[in-house]
Write a protein that binds this ligand. Structure first.
Ligand SMILES: [Fe+2]
Length: 405
């Protein structure tokens, strides 16, 4: 069976995942407030709006701390600097920010919170200057052994918020080899409270964000659960989209956008009538017209959530086709955002590899052949290649894992 490439065949697949909404809705009323909206999904959507408007970007706060650290290092004419934070159980310190050549190695390290200079400063809540670390009993040389950096002198200051130490900020080695002085210590001590508050806010944002992600996932699951055959679809589409993004080595912030877009891509189906959703036969032209509006409805649902603005664009365009014959805007080629091109592939792959009432699930190999066959017409060749290589890589990794066990 040719599952995805031609419109006829697509409708055969899509008539199981269509949606319906009440066209007589009053002007100006949000799309999600009418039609057969499941109560629990509606409540979650309200929460999605409320929280989404308040959640800013964690990366902005992390960037702020990074900039503070860089500026301090430059001002103090130091060779390296870092911020260490307690982990959740407060038994270890880990490097949150590390400036200098050893950044990669440091980010992997966790230190005993009671040892070393950083541990001492955190425990005693006191800043310290040490201009010859080799003569100081608190110095832990094991970090230098891992990084290859040679620490000579250090200023380390505790990061305190609401009388609680959350970590330390430190700068190392003057570039000209001279000693750190009291003025340097005062400079670092004066920026530490700002860094500490920004870091705590970033941590709080992170926990709000995690709760927010859970809400989004629950909302997507509620939509999927309305049709037995699409259970888990949004979650899998999110994972496949991320797999494609990772295969293209997209940066972390773009992967996060893919994550939201993947899980929310069919949110426009929230007003779907169960009868249409589970309709066993082909849909008529009117029903198709309605179905083709679901990306736009999804986009309207998300449009007031600034935090999801970039994901909204991908949701809007997840049914565009590379040759321009898709919907809602009929844009083509690279005018379609790369995230939406990956999303379309992930969506088709999951649709093919899960069963429907009228056919069994197709094999992953067959689905990839289909994606490749439709490459250049329905799908972006570059994105298909990335998806296929990501999938093969993942399979290889899981085979290796099962051999190891
Ligand atoms: Fe869709």
């Amino acid at each position: 069976m040719k599952a995805v490439c031609h419109r006829e065949n697509q409708s055969q697949t899509k008539n199981m995942t269509g949606f319906e909404f009440d066209q007589s809705r009053p002007e100006g009323k949000p799309d999600h407030e009418y039609g057969t909206v499941a109560q629990e999904a509606g409540a979650m959507l309200d929460l999605l709006y409320a929280v989404g408007k308040k959640v800013g970007s964690v990366s902005e706060l992390s960037q702020l701390v990074k900039e503070i650290t860089q500026m301090t290092q430059r001002t103090l004419k130091a060779t390296a600097s870092s911020v260490l934070l307690f982990d959740d159980e407060e038994r270890e310190l880990r490097f949150e920010i590390a400036e200098g050549k050893s950044e990669k190695a440091l980010r992997k390290m966790k230190l005993n919170a009671k040892s070393g200079i950083a541990g001492w400063v955190a425990q005693h809540e006191e800043p310290i200057i040490i201009n010859d670390v080799n003569t100081d009993w608190r110095f832990n040389g094991s970090i230098d052994e891992v990084t290859g950096f040679i620490t000579k002198s250090i200023i380390c200051v505790p990061l305190i918020v609401h009388r609680k130490v959350i970590g330390v900020i430190e700068v190392l080695n003057k570039t000209d080899g001279s000693d750190f002085n009291e003025q340097d210590l005062e400079t670092l001590t004066s920026v530490a409270p700002t860094a500490a508050i920004a870091l705590e806010n970033a941590q709080l944002h992170q926990s709000v964000l995690s709760a927010y992600k859970s809400t989004i996932k629950a909302l997507a699951a509620a939509i999927d659960a309305k049709d037995h055959y699409t259970r888990g679809h949004s979650q899998r589409v999110m994972e496949y989209t991320l797999m494609g993004g990772l295969s293209l080595s997209l940066p972390r912030d773009e992967l996060e956008i893919l994550e939201y877009a993947g899980i929310l891509h069919d949110i426009g189906k929230i007003g779907i009538a169960d009868g249409i959703l589970s309709k066993p036969g082909p849909l008529d032209e009117h029903e198709w017209e309605i179905i083709r509006q679901h990306p736009r409805i999804g986009s309207n649902i998300l449009k007031d959530i600034p935090f999801l603005e970039k994901a909204r664009i991908l949701v809007l365009h997840h049914h565009e086709r590379y040759d321009g014959s898709g919907y809602p805007d009929g844009i083509k080629g690279e005018d379609i955002p790369i995230g939406a091109r990956l999303l379309a592939i992930a969506d088709a792959f999951d649709t093919m590899t899960t069963g429907r009432s009228y056919r069994a699930a197709l094999s992953a190999d067959y689905a990839i052949q289909e994606l490749t066959r439709c490459s250049g017409t329905q799908f972006c060749p570059f994105a298909v290649e990335a998806f296929a290589s990501g999938y093969k890589g993942q399979q290889k990794a899981s085979n290796t894992e099962s051999i190891a066990y």
